[in-house]
Ligand binder design. Structure first.
Ligand code: NAD
Length: 502
């Protein structure tokens, strides 16, 4: 263990937990206090390559392990994750600043995917058809790919890695995880527990770093598939780079999610939903509601949202706060600059959270809820993903106008409509060009038996993450056409019998 770095974060490479020998390190910062809590290595190229080689060797054994044994590892892992949920959530909270309720939810949504991975056997079943031609049968085998890679963002340090490696490994693959360099600690705990659950040595490797390490991974010849979740820029860059390297890619990008309120909606439900869905987790969710589109007279309720939001304060778990700080000083500065640009561009700032200072942690990256009205599509606050506790209000004369606004937005991760009209809901679900739609549900994140299906700039690829689509992403189909001869008794009688059977 190195003395020169504060709490150096370990890597799991080639059979054991070890300290990286790289020369590049960066601090892991507690966003509530701005204090450094650990130091993360930016792994060297040789460490990343060693990780891929080790995962590949493990894969060559693991691919022959019966599927029920692979599923049993997931059962044990699910059990361990549940038993350690609070411990993982506390680690996660220490590096993200999330309040415990959010941190527990982050882990829980990951556990649900591990539960889904226990059902890998039926999801890997192929098809069989006999007599595709005379005495010839055809069937498909679903087989793992090899080494798959996961590159994950800061905002869900448990859930998003768990979207990836359990299903990939349950399918028989090896895996290399590179979590966000800003939140590497949760991943260490997740992988420790995976090995405790009985995962075979080396089947998952853990390396740390940023863009260079991600690139080294997806360019490695033994890597067959790349799962990425992060910003639009990151998704585009990975999709281009990994495709260029001829890899299978699923790249989930950023978002700008709209919630439409119809005048016939339930007012109380609408207001509660907007407050939780917009500023929960400090707005640092890819499915956070960023824009409310008020149709017709429903806009009269904006004042009620402002009043309710003014009561919501960021802070620490022990203060029963609604949400924590932003992830970094840079992130806070970026969001504050966007808020300033909104005011300058003429949007009406109904609530300004920039002056909030936490009483005991004044150096943290805090921002209280901020609300804009009279936002127009050309403003930077509308065009960019803010990723902070900032809510924009826009108005539309009718549902088609609201839908046209949303459909013109380049992102298509999530959207929602609040209405008591089945006809409006159906018109919305049919015509909206967004991959995940809520009807009186503000954050419509699908459970793992479905897939997480962002569209447009929010997703590059074809097979989506988790669910049955992920099993197809992490496997290859082999189609067998088979005919058997009866060599020993290949006489006239057999031929005649075959003819009769026809
Ligand atoms: P980010 O794009 O900065 O980083 C994500 C990961 O990719 C990190 O591990 C980072 O090291 C790596 N990375 C970044 N740029 C890269 C590049 N050019 N090449 C290779 N690797 C690269 O994202 P972030 O700030 O950590 O996370 C927040 C973003 O993620 C937001 O935009 C949010 O909407 C998005 N997000 C999307 C989803 C979704 O499901 N669509 C889910 C969660 C977060």
């Amino acid at each position: 263990m190195s003395d020169t770095h504060l709490h150096p974060v370990p890597i799991y490479v080639d059979g054991e937990w070890r300290q990286s020998t790289t020369t590049g390190w960066q601090p892991v910062v507690d966003p509530t206090s701005a204090e450094t809590i650990a130091t993360v290595p930016l792994c060297s190229k040789s460490e990343v390559e060693r990780a891929v080689s080790a995962a590949h060797r493990a894969f060559l054994q693991w691919r022959n392990t019966p599927v029920s044994e692979r599923a049993r590892v997931m059962l044990a892992y699910q059990h361990l994750l549940k038993a350690h949920q609070s411990e993982i959530a506390a680690i996660l909270a220490s590096e993200t600043g999330k309040v415990m309720a959010d941190a527990m939810g982050d882990v829980w949504r990951g556990i649900e995917v591990v539960e889904h991975a226990t059902a890998v056997a039926p999801m890997m079943m192929g098809e069989h058809l006999e007599n595709v031609a005379a005495e010839i049968d055809s069937y498909s085998l679903i087989q793992p790919l090899g080494v798959c890679v996961g590159i994950t963002p800061f905002n869900f340090p448990a859930m998003i890695p768990l979207w990836m490696f359990p299903l990939a490994v349950a399918c028989g693959n090896g895996f290399v995880l590179k979590p966000s360099e800003r939140v590497p600690l949760t991943a260490v705990k997740l992988i420790e527990l995976f090995y405790q659950a009985g995962a075979p040595q080396d089947i998952v490797q853990l390396v740390h770093g940023g863009v260079a390490q991600a690139q080294c991974l997806y360019e490695h010849p033994d890597v067959k598939a790349v799962s990425f979740v992060g910003s639009v820029d990151g998704a585009q860059s990975i999709y281009r780079g990994a495709s260029q390297a001829l890899k299978r890619v699923q790249a989930l990008g950023g978002a700008k999610n709209h919630l439409v309120v119809m005048p016939d909606a339930n007012k109380e439900e609408v207001i509660n939903a907007i407050v939780g869905a917009s500023v929960g987790a400090a707005g640092q969710r890819c499915m956070a509601i960023s824009v409310v589109v008020w149709v017709g007279k429903s806009a009269e309720w904006i004042a009620d949202v402002v009043a309710k939001m003014a009561e919501v304060k960021p802070g620490l778990s022990e203060e029963n706060a609604a949400f924590g700080p932003l992830i970094s000083a840079q992130s806070k500065q970026r969001v504050c600059e966007l808020i300033a640009s909104g005011i300058e561009a003429g949007a009406e700032c109904l609530l300004d959270g920039r002056e909030f200072v936490h009483p005991t942690r004044p150096k943290g990256f805090w921002l209280a809820p901020t609300i804009f009205d009279k936002v127009t599509p050309e403003m930077a606050i509308y065009q960019q993903e803010i990723f902070g506790p900032v809510l924009l209000n826009m108005r539309a004369e009718n549902l088609p106008a609201a839908m046209a606004l949303i459909n013109a937005n380049p992102c298509g991760n999530g959207t929602s409509i609040f209405t008591s009209s089945g006809q409006s809901a159906r018109q919305f679900q049919h015509g909206i060009e967004v991959g995940q739609v809520g009807i009186n549900v503000p954050i419509p994140v699908p459970l793992p038996f479905f897939s997480f299906t962002g569209w447009k700039k929010s997703f590059y690829g074809d097979l989506h993450i988790y669910g049955k689509q992920a099993v197809r992403f992490y496997t290859e189909t082999k189609t067998v056409t088979s005919r058997w001869f009866d060599d020993e008794n290949d006489d006239e009688g057999d031929v005649n019998m075959t003819i009769q059977l026809r």
